[in-house]
Design a protein around this ligand. Structure first.
Ligand code: ASP
Length: 322
């Protein structure tokens, strides 16, 4: 009888643990305010965020890995024209697209990243292939593309990433001769962080970078420790915002380090690091999950496209006051 009770308790605790997965996503932070978004855009963005959450949740609910979940969630947003990643990426000054992406497994701290790639349909899957190959962490430009061909990933021509709205934003930037951060013509970077039922975390980020970027500019999104970090000892983070500031602050690693060494909660660490970014002059936001099950956002912009999912359900939001 005693043994039966113990087996029952064990089964129940395993079931509770299996249900304890978490997923948080973002689709970029910026001057996202109600009067700047049409009702149709609002609907489309929320629907896309929900599809991304559904793709990641399906994997996690079946006991799949955080790594698979973040890749799947990001792929949905890369394929959606409303976000600055994959199809819908912003334009470079020359009128093309150069995409950056990274992924990290908190279990082993294995990581993969690609910068300035132009023909792989889903850069997040290329970042994962780099990680899984295991030789290098970060590949750039032509070499990354050769690697992508060798791995048999789906290729597209660079104009597959074109969308009329992003072209309009490039034209506006050129006409107004403004700097990258004077106007908000870039939001829509995407990212996901997850905790799986085995207690492991993972993070993924993908972007087209900044509208009108030049000279092979690379932002924080493919930089492990800035735009993306995952460590089972602390948390998983994906960032979005003015990349140069996120690189200088080492945002994603800094949040994890504060949690590890100062014992801060995810919220306290994320808010503190975002305050540092702000003090340097940078705007943007982060999403965080922890092995303990904390799920948090922190952003210093009027809005951030975002969503959360767990066994309890899914929710999405856009504006700061939601
Ligand atoms: N962080 C990205 C970059 O600087 C842009 C963004 O998140 O909006 O490339």
């Amino acid at each position: 009888m005693r043994n039966l009770l113990m087996i029952g308790a064990l089964l129940m605790s395993t079931a509770a643990q299996a249900a304890d997965w978490k997923l948080v996503i973002h689709g970029g932070a910026g001057t996202i305010e109600r009067d700047r978004i049409t009702p149709e855009q609002d609907r489309n963005i929320r629907a896309a965020l929900d599809r991304s959450l559904a793709a990641g949740s399906d994997i996690l609910a079946k006991g799949g890995s955080a790594l698979d979940a973040v890749e799947a969630a990001v792929r949905v947003l890369e394929d959606d024209p409303n976000f600055n990643a994959g199809h819908g990426a912003v334009y470079t000054y020359e009128g093309g697209h150069e995409l950056d992406s990274s992924i990290m497994d908190g279990r082993t701290r294995a990581a993969g990243a690609v910068a300035a790639v132009t023909t792989v349909k889903n850069p997040i899957s290329l970042a994962r292939a780099v990680m899984e190959d295991g030789t290098h962490v970060m590949l750039g430009g032509k070499g990354a593309e050769e690697f992508s061909h060798e791995k048999g990933l789906e290729q597209v021509s660079n104009d597959y990433f074109n969308t009329p709205e992003r072209k309009r934003q490039l034209d506006e930037l050129k006409a107004r001769k403004v700097g990258y951060y004077d106007v908000d013509l870039k939001y829509g970077t995407v990212g996901a962080v997850a905790l799986d039922s085995a207690g492991h975390v993972a993070a993924a980020t993908s972007t087209g970078g900044l509208t009108g970027k030049r000279w092979g500019r690379i932002g924080d999104s493919p930089i492990i420790g800035s735009g993306t970090y995952a460590d089972d000892r602390a948390c998983a983070v994906s960032a979005t915002g003015a990349g140069e500031y996120f690189i200088r602050e080492g945002v994603a690693h800094e949040i994890c380090a504060r949690m590890r060494f100062k014992g801060e909660s995810a919220k306290v660490a994320a808010d503190a690091v975002m305050a540092e970014v702000k003090s340097l002059g940078g705007t943007g936001g982060v999403i965080v999950v922890t092995p303990k099950g904390e799920m948090d956002y922190s952003f210093n912009t009027p809005g951030m496209y975002r969503g959360k999912a767990s066994a309890a359900g899914r929710s999405v939001a856009i504006f700061g006051d939601e």
